[in-house]
Ligand binder design. Structure first.
Ligand SMILES: [Cu+2]
Length: 115
């Protein structure tokens, strides 16, 4: 192997070791009355950051009870983020808690799979 390739490989390994654990970033949009996407898949043990954007006209929020996270209720055009680290695989509910919204369809699922 040429010397420059060995150097590149060693450098890449060193970088991977010292790099901080980064979050798995996802985006979920809200409108009347649905999340898009309404199903997200993440891995157990990985930090997840969901950027929630209200693309509708009414105010909405995003709550995932199993991970004890909830955005504030945001007005149209705004964004908010939640971060969490799921530890166990499974299928968990997400919903908008503004009265009447989850009943109208603002629900979804967070699927946690083992790495
Ligand atoms: Cu809503």
């Amino acid at each position: 192997m040429p010397a420059f390739l060995r150097g590149t490989t060693a450098g890449a390994i060193a970088l991977a070791v010292v790099a901080p654990a980064s979050a798995h970033s996802l985006e979920v949009e809200a409108e009347e009355f649905a999340f898009e996407p309404n199903r997200v898949v993440v891995e157990a043990g990985e930090r997840v950051e969901i950027t929630f954007e209200n693309t509708g006209r009414l105010s909405h929020n995003l709550k995932i009870p199993a991970f004890d996270v909830k955005t504030t209720t945001i007005q149209a055009g705004n964004t908010a983020t939640v971060t969490f680290t799921p530890n166990e695989s499974g299928t968990y509910e997400m919903l908008c808690t503004v009265p009447g919204h989850s009943q109208a369809g603002m629900t979804g699922t967070v699927v946690v799979v083992q790495e």
